[in-house]
Each structure stands twice: as C-alpha cells, then as structure tokens.
Design a protein around this ligand. Structure first.
Ligand SMILES: [Mg+2]
Length: 465
C-alpha cells in the first residue's frame, strides 16, 4: 500500500491497498487488531451525527445505527478527527517503522492543513488543544528550517526525529502541563497494536504519543493505562482480568518507574463500575479522565456485545463520537472485528483502507519487534539505515511522504540476517521471535552471544521520563 503525499489531496477511499504478507496468527491477533481500528472508526462514525448533543435529547431519540447529518453534515458512515488522527499515527508507524514523534506531528499537521486522511478531504473539526499544539509545531519547524538550511515545507517535513533531536532549540512536545482533553486517547490504538509484543514499550510510547499535544500527566497516564488494557486484550486476557481492580497491580511491571496519577489510578481501581451510568455520574465529556471512565463503563456493562457498548457510549451524549471511538478501540481488540455488525461495516467510510492499515500494523509490528531491545532503561533500535537497506520484507519504504514497493533483494536480506545475528544482545530472544520465519538461524543465533556494538549507543527513545 502507498500513502499519498498530502499535496495530492487523495481521499482515503481512493488510496490503493496491497494486502500484507501472511504471518502465522496463533491467537487470532490479526482479527483483534482489525477489530480495534474498525471499532474506533465505527464508534466515531456512529457518534458523529449527534456530536455535542446532550444526554436528555438522546434519551428521547437514541442513536441505533449509522445516520447522516448532525453538526458536520456528514454522510452515514463518515468519520471525524478521531479516526483521521488515528490513521495519521498508524501511517507514521507503517512508513517509518519506528516510533518517530516528529513524523507523527508532521502527519497531524498534514491533516490539519491539507485534510490528509480526512473522510471529507479537509479538516472540519479539531480540538482546541490539538490545534494549539499543531500551530506551535508549525512555528517551531521554522527553527529546523534555519538549522538545516532548508528551503521549503516539504524538506522540513521529511526530516526524522533522529535529525531534529540534534537541534536543542527544538522540542517536539508542543503542549503544556495542564492540557487534559481527550484528544490523545481517541487516536491512541495503533501504538499498543504495533508494540503489543513488548508491553512495557507499548505503555511507555503510548504516554509519549499523548505528550506531543496534551502535556498533562492525566492525559499521559490515561493513555498508558488504556494502552495496557488494549495490549492485555490482544494477548488474550479475559474480560474479568481486564476489568479487575487488580489489573494495575497485576501488570505493574508494564508501567515502569512511574506510578499512575491519582485520577487514573482511581479509574483503574474500578470507579467506572456504576450500574446507573449517566444517573451515577458517568459523562461523555471532553475531559480525558471522564472520557476514559465513560468508555470503560460502556465496556464493563455491555453484556459482551459491541453493539450494546458502542451505542451506550454514544447515547451518553456530549462528545459522543470520541467516547464511542475510545470504547471501540478496546472493545474491538477484545471482541475482534467479527463482533462489529456487518451492516455498520458496510456503511463505514474507507473500511478497506482501515483493514489494510491494521494488517500492516500487525506485520511491521512483528518485524520491528525483533529489532527493538532495551538497555539501562533506554530503548535501542537496529539502525534505520540498515533496516531500510537490508529489510527482510519485500516492501521498502522511504521515510516521509512516499512508500514504494521494490523487488526483494535476496543477497541483501541475507546480510541483514547475519547482521542481526551478530549484533543483537539477546540472540535467544531474536531466535525465538524469528523461529517461524527463519528456522535455519535458530541454532546459530543461540550460540552467538556478542556484546553491543557502537552503533547501538544512539537511543531512539529514552525510557526515562
Ligand atoms: Mg470527532
């Protein structure tokens, strides 16, 4: 698949999909990843026609399916900022194949300025905090333009986080400590979906994905906690385990040195278990703590039905599409794509693109898993240059705006394997993760313990907060 340049103004429905190469799928994870992304978009589309409508009005006329109209005048099945931003984040992971916060911000900016991955071709709704952060980001890009002597926006946008972090005057986190809207939670899914094989990394990077536009500890921790739930769902944990008040305690190792803040901890201990729902204080508001609580209330009380849960989230009123989009990420990951009503999926805008993106997240997540490792609380990555040059799959992508498919270069792939075998600090881990792909290297790798080489001294992300 190719993500077009934002300047081409190609609508999501018109983006061509190439299905991802097959990978063994023992635990039906692929269906769960599709479920999470489709669940997000379905919730968004169901809520879009009644966004900002108060609960009382929805009590009289509850939403029961996809409908057109509302604040944005969309067609039935069309989705809003939640899905657009979620797809921007996913497109960044698929294109760069690392967690590149700068590239993520560039793509959010493309959506804001040029309607990239918008269901209508332009950005018609954007949260205040996100807009502020993206305006600050655009301003700060001028620092980079000067520092690198670049002439236009396309060149600045093509930089990577590896380049820009050398410029000390530039900070990619464009928000303040009091910003706690639900923006980062509505777009979250692809980070835990991509990194679920390494839960601690998934949780840490989910926090970082929030920090770009929403600097409050509450926003960061809400995303860390919700990512842990999505990861646990993908890893096959039961609903009882997910909604258990012991969940945080049982998975404490995933959360690193930093405890959850009080507000999120209170939710993790079960504050959302209110049978009366709205009557007992559950609200679908834009405040991230209330959104998180509302989505979990819907999941907890849905009677194991995606349909019930997503409609309950919408019919809470207010920020209907976002509450339902947040619910959909977890419920979809837990129940799988097949739990979403086929008639809704049929109406869902750019459904095929969302499925295609989900499958590539699954595929590249597996590929990158074998190249990520941790030392002294820092995450390291096999250098991108090598990854690009000797990449195992048949797809080669250029960082930035374009991806292209090139024929597989067998001799190079062989070099890449020996590179990994010789340089990864834990060959056993590599061997087991690659076992089904490259059995011939299992034994060689297991016998091969080599210390870190100098090229690993550059962390791609610091685990220290
Ligand atoms: Mg929205």
């Amino acid at each position: 698949m190719q993500f077009p340049s934002p300047h081409e103004h190609i609508l999501p429905n018109d983006i061509t999909c190439i299905s991802s190469p097959p990978l063994p799928d023992q635990f039906n994870v692929k269906d769960r990843i599709r479920g999470s992304m489709l669940g997000l978009a379905t919730g968004d589309a169901l809520g879009a026609s009644v966004e900002f409508m108060p609960h009382q009005q929805l009590l009289a006329h509850p939403v029961s399916g996809m409908q057109s109209g509302g604040t944005w005048g969309l067609k039935a099945g069309q989705w809003t900022d939640d899905t657009s931003m979620a797809l921007c984040l996913a497109s960044s992971l698929i294109t760069t194949r690392i967690f590149d916060p700068y590239n993520q911000m560039v793509r959010y900016k493309w959506w804001y300025k040029y309607g990239f991955l918008s269901s209508t071709g332009h950005c018609f709704d954007i949260g205040k905090a996100t807009r502020n952060a993206l305006n600050i980001f655009s301003q700060r890009q001028k620092i980079l333009q000067q520092a690198f002597g670049l002439h236009n926006e396309i060149q600045v946008d093509s930089l990577s986080f590896k380049d820009v972090r050398k410029v000390y005057a530039f900070d990619v986190n464009c928000s303040g400590p009091d910003v706690a809207g639900n923006g980062p939670l509505m777009r979250l899914a692809s980070v835990p979906l991509y990194y679920f094989r390494n839960p601690a990394l998934a949780v840490e990077l989910s926090g970082q994905s929030a920090r770009l536009t929403h600097g409050s500890e509450k926003a960061i921790d809400a995303c860390r906690y919700y990512a842990a739930l999505i990861v646990a769902a993908l890893r096959g944990e039961s609903k009882e385990q997910l909604v258990s008040q012991q969940f945080y305690h049982n998975h404490r190792a995933w959360f690193g040195a930093k405890d959850l803040c009080t507000e999120v901890l209170y939710i993790a201990l079960g504050s959302y278990k209110k049978p009366g729902g709205y009557e007992m204080g559950i609200r679908g508001s834009g405040y991230i703590i209330k959104s998180l609580e509302a989505a979990l209330w819907a999941f907890w009380s849905d009677g194991n039905s995606f349909r019930n849960g997503v409609l309950a989230a919408v019919n809470l009123g207010d920020d209907t599409d976002t509450t339902a989009a947040i619910y959909g990420q977890l419920a979809g990951a837990y129940y799988g794509a097949e739990s979403i009503l086929p008639k809704w999926l049929k109406q869902l805008y750019a459904k095929d693109l969302i499925i295609c993106i989900s499958d590539w997240l699954y595929y590249f997540g597996q590929q990158s898993h074998s190249t990520v490792h941790k030392k002294k609380n820092m995450y390291y990555h096999v250098p991108t240059q090598l990854h690009k040059k000797y990449s195992n799959p048949a797809i080669r992508m250029h960082r930035g705006m374009f991806q292209s498919v090139v024929p597989r270069r067998v001799h190079k792939a062989k070099n890449y394997d020996s590179y990994l075998r010789d340089h990864l600090p834990n060959p056993q881990m590599w061997a087991s993760s690659q076992a089904h792909i490259r059995p011939q290297y299992q034994q060689i790798a297991a016998n091969h313990l080599v210390p870190y080489s100098d090229i690993f001294q550059q962390p791609f992300y610091s685990g220290q907060r």
